[in-house]
Design a protein around this ligand. Structure first.
Ligand code: GLN
Length: 197
């Protein structure tokens, strides 16, 4: 077993991540396991985390309710690789927009970046567009009520952009994507994440 990744499965596109991780493990010849995480004991033996897309306000409330918030912050501090996509990207940020405040969404506050929820428009205006990712090249970005990464500071670096706007950032063991790599069938994105283990 090379490593085990836990997908936080309280709300959102959990199954899609588990499937995409399995496919990426196969493609890269990695003896990995992707496991559904519902409660803190599920985190035992887990080496890294995926925070999926969904509704960041809801996920944030459920993280607190089920005692996963503190566990995730601890794991991040210990250096476990964590990937947040879309709503997961919002939750990793230290700085939210007005909507984050208005909805009382409690961010995990782990990455030195700001986010603007729903900056790319509503669900009905979901779109796919080529994005430029450092170390990967041109990648099909799937944007569904996607957040924009408004700025990064400190040790947080920009790894991907679309139309001059930041959509992928990394800070040490933390990776935040405003798009949905789990919905593309293109595993190249996961190389970035797997290289963090
Ligand atoms: N706009 C949603 C939020 O901020 C995220 C949408 C998604 O994850 N596809 O919670």
């Amino acid at each position: 077993m090379d490593f085990r990744i836990g997908v936080i499965g309280l709300q959102g596109d959990v199954e899609e991540h588990i499937t995409a991780l399995g496919r990426a493990f196969d493609e890269f010849g990695i003896e990995g396991e992707a496991r559904w995480i519902r409660r803190p004991p599920d985190l035992e033996d887990i080496d890294g985390i995926v925070l999926p897309g969904g509704e960041s306000t809801t996920i944030s409330k459920l993280l607190t309710k089920f005692g996963l918030r503190e566990a995730l912050i601890k794991m991040a501090g210990e250096g476990a690789p964590i990937l947040g996509t879309c709503a997961g990207c919002v939750l990793l940020a230290k700085e939210g927009d007005e909507l984050v405040e208005k909805t009382g969404t409690e961010l995990l506050s782990l990455m030195e970046m700001g986010v603007d929820r729903n900056a790319f428009g509503p669900q009905s205006e979901s779109f796919e567009a080529p994005i430029q990712i450092e170390g990967v090249g041109v990648y099909p970005g799937v944007f569904i009520r996607a957040p924009l990464i408004t700025r990064v500071w400190g040790d947080c670096e920009v790894l991907g952009s679309f139309d001059g706007r930041i959509v992928l950032a990394r800070e040490g063991n933390l990776l935040a994507a405003s798009f949905h790599p789990e919905l593309t069938g293109d595993s190249r994105f996961y190389r970035l994440f797997f290289d963090m283990f």
